[in-house]
Design a protein around this ligand. Structure first.
Ligand SMILES: [Zn+2]
Ligand SMILES: [Zn+2]
Length: 320
């Protein structure tokens, strides 16, 4: 399995984006992505052009849509669902998510704690969190400066508390890409562990939970338990788990690169524990958990310690 650089939340001139579908593909290639999903607001009008341009130029383009409702937004990828955004209400949102999933789509809770009205109607998620907790992914980071500020902190806390309650949501970043961004702003990337670069393989990787989000850091992380190795997103039966972790500089990352790493933090429903880590160094750490285990990587960036990467969860369960 290889980790691919993906951006699963983008817009074009088919909704309120500034790039045509062809320009989006061009910029995505220039930025070093392996795959993007096009998720225009409540329309798939640009999908065909983007997919065709991607095929011609060697970029995987995943069909999608952003359900943009008054109470909150969802990036829905796969292009298989017949759910209409205008039929979604706070009462039926859980059923609509389930229907989209049954038809083969992946549903992501988009930017749930971002500032809402009057800046952006429905950007802030007002749905009852329990009713949307059956979604596949959670945008823990979003848009520009994704790891800084109140929304990032609140989203991480809400995602971790959903995991602690036993829900399983893949971690994703949503660039929510609207502009050309010739001068790269502070942005992040979702890495997806997948058997291949095609749309179906990438979506299977997202669904399986094999993701991490990052600003300038490439992460190799696996769990070893009972003599077996587990990828991010796996279920682990045994209580005894060792996390193996190495981090490297992402050469593709262009804005405000991290200068050094400071620590890796293992987060479970029982608490947190930190270990020193440096670029290129392999660390092994024991983890004990009943529900989930996530790894957060911290380092120095813009002359302060920042959270630079978050892995998806390892879960307890199954037969190993
Ligand atoms: Zn949105
Ligand atoms: Zn959006």
């Amino acid at each position: 399995m290889k980790y691919y650089r993906c951006e699963l939340h983008t817009h074009t001139t088919s909704s309120d984006g500034k790039m045509t579908p062809e320009e989006l593909v061009d910029r995505a290639l220039a930025c070093g992505y392996d795959a993007i999903a096009l998720t225009d607001h409540n329309t798939t009008a640009g999908v065909k052009r983007a997919v065709e341009e991607g095929r011609r130029r060697g970029l995987t383009v995943i069909p999608g849509i952003e359900w943009t409702t008054f109470w909150g937004h969802f990036a829905v990828t796969g292009g298989k669902s017949d759910v209409l955004w205008r039929d979604i209400t706070p009462e039926n949102v859980g059923e609509k998510i389930k229907r989209a999933q049954t038809l083969g789509d992946i549903v992501t809770i988009a930017h749930p704690r971002r500032m809402g009205y009057p800046l952006c109607s429905g950007c802030h998620c007002d749905y009852d969190i329990e009713s949307i907790s059956g979604a596949d992914c959670y945008e823990v980071w979003s848009h520009y400066y994704p790891n800084e500020g109140v929304a990032a902190r609140q989203q991480k806390e809400q995602w971790l508390s959903l995991l602690a309650e036993g829900h399983r949501l893949s971690v994703v970043y949503g660039y929510d890409w609207h502009n050309r961004d010739d001068v790269p702003p502070s942005y992040a990337c979702t890495y997806v562990g997948s058997e291949g670069k095609d749309a179906d393989s990438i979506l299977r990787g997202v669904k399986s939970g094999a993701t991490y989000i990052s600003i300038g850091v490439e992460v190799e992380c696996k769990a070893v338990s009972g003599g077996r190795e587990y990828a991010i997103g796996s279920e682990i039966a045994s209580e005894e788990t060792e996390i193996e972790l190495s981090c490297f500089r992402s050469e593709d990352y262009r804005s405000d690169k991290p200068t050094k790493l400071t620590r890796a933090e293992i987060v479970t429903e029982l608490g947190k524990e930190s270990f020193p880590i440096a670029f290129g160094e392999k660390i092994k750490a024991k983890a004990t958990f009943e529900r989930f285990c996530v790894v957060c990587i911290y380092g120095e960036r813009k002359r302060e310690e920042q959270l630079l990467a978050i892995t998806g969860a390892f879960y307890r369960g199954g037969n190993g």
